[in-house]
Design a protein around this ligand. Structure first.
Ligand SMILES: Cc1cc2nc3c(=O)[nH]c(=O)nc-3n(C[C@H](O)[C@H](O)[C@H](O)COP(=O)(O)OP(=O)(O)OC[C@H]3O[C@@H](n4cnc5c(N)ncnc54)[C@H](O)[C@@H]3O)c2cc1C
Length: 315
């Protein structure tokens, strides 16, 4: 039997939706028991226990986990996995990409990145070349543990009607002192999280300045949406780095993606391949983004956006 451990992503009080998507992937592995480890509070463990398909939640209570440093979490996860897990999955988010390679290194195990489909307990699909090629990768039979990150855009969330048992553990693991939490600076925004938002409004190079990028923020505020940006907009300093969508930014799967003044380069489109509806606003009717858009509006964003925002907010 396969035993899969999923590392929960959370902010100390709320379970991130990425965890429910990892469970969705794990339950497709044949003959598997799926557990979740919460290196954090009882409140988060209780949320994880409601995820359908989860057998057991292991809550590791340790104040050292408050700051969720990958260097501190990794040895604890590795210790748990050594108790008999065959797979350990984390989300392919910034959190998971930082953490899971450390877990793999500590276990001397192979890491699979960006699982998008399960073929068997050792065989998975993953995208490469900005999603243009899909690889089938198989871990050799002599490897006792498989470490993987799950491409969250490829899986829906499991329902929250489960009732897993919660096991509270303390682990006797030496934690590293070479990495210490100093402080955290968070962007002061009341916008939804880009990686889990149902609606995202993104702006590109065409916005022309950080000041004009506020047109994107205003439309997003009206729609209760998250804000995203193309790499060109980020590189030009119109939007912060963490808002970049695409191959080297965030991979997202919102219900609605509105791309404003974005040409539709392959590296951008790979980040929104799984968006349900794409709306493009661009003044060039031949812009490549219109090939992927469900709805397109050809025109100047500087006249369209203020009118659209005004009409939507007066609804
Ligand atoms: C290895 C690699 C990784 C990359 N990773 C990413 C990534 O993660 N994310 C990403 O986005 N890019 C990425 N890129 C860059 C990518 O190739 C493009 O350069 C980038 O996406 C272009 O951004 P853009 O669409 O905003 O700008 P442009 O390509 O310059 O497009 C601007 C668009 O705005 C339109 N426009 C101009 N003025 C107006 C107006 N007034 N009203 C309406 N429309 C207007 C134009 O017609 C044009 O279509 C990567 C590139 C490489 C090589």
């Amino acid at each position: 039997m396969n035993r899969i451990l999923i590392v929960a992503e959370h902010d100390g009080s709320h379970l991130n939706a990425a965890t429910a998507k990892c469970v969705s992937c794990a339950v497709q592995v044949p003959d598997a028991q799926v557990d979740v480890v919460v290196l954090g509070s009882a409140a988060v463990a209780a949320q994880a226990a409601t995820l359908a398909g989860v057998a057991q939640v292991v809550q590791v209570a340790n104040p050292a986990n408050d700051s969720q440093l990958a260097a501190v979490l990794a040895p604890q996860i590795a210790a748990l996995v050594r108790e008999g897990y065959t797979h350990v999955f984390g989300p392919s988010t910034t959190f998971g990409k930082d953490l899971m390679p450390r877990v793999a290194a500590l276990l001397d195990a192979p890491q699979l990145s960006d699982i998008m489909a399960v073929e068997s307990d050792r065989r998975f699909r993953r995208p490469i070349y900005a999603g243009n090629v899909v690889l089938i990768v198989e871990v050799e039979a002599d490897q006792p543990v498989i470490v993987a990150t799950v491409r969250t855009a490829s899986f829906g969330e499991v329902t929250r009607d489960g009732s897993a048992t919660v096991l509270v553990r303390t682990l006797q693991v030496a934690l590293p002192s070479h990495t210490r939490f100093v402080s955290m600076t968070q962007a002061n925004t009341d916008r939804p999280d880009l990686q889990t938002a149902a609606t995202v409004v993104s702006g590109g190079r065409a916005l022309g300045s950080a000041d004009q990028f506020k047109l994107i923020e205003q439309l997003a505020a009206t729609l209760g949406a998250a804000v995203g940006a193309s790499r060109a907009a980020v590189d030009a300093g119109y939007a912060p780095n963490e808002l970049q969508v695409g191959q080297t930014g965030k991979i997202i799967s919102p219900q609605l993606y509105i791309a404003v003044g974005i040409s539709g380069a392959i590296q951008h489109m790979t980040g929104i391949k799984d968006a349900k509806t794409i709306v493009a606003i661009n003044k060039d009717a031949d812009a490549p983004i219109f090939e992927s858009a469900d709805l397109g509006l050809v025109g100047d964003l500087f006249s369209i956006l203020p009118e659209l925002t005004q009409r939507l907010s007066s609804r």
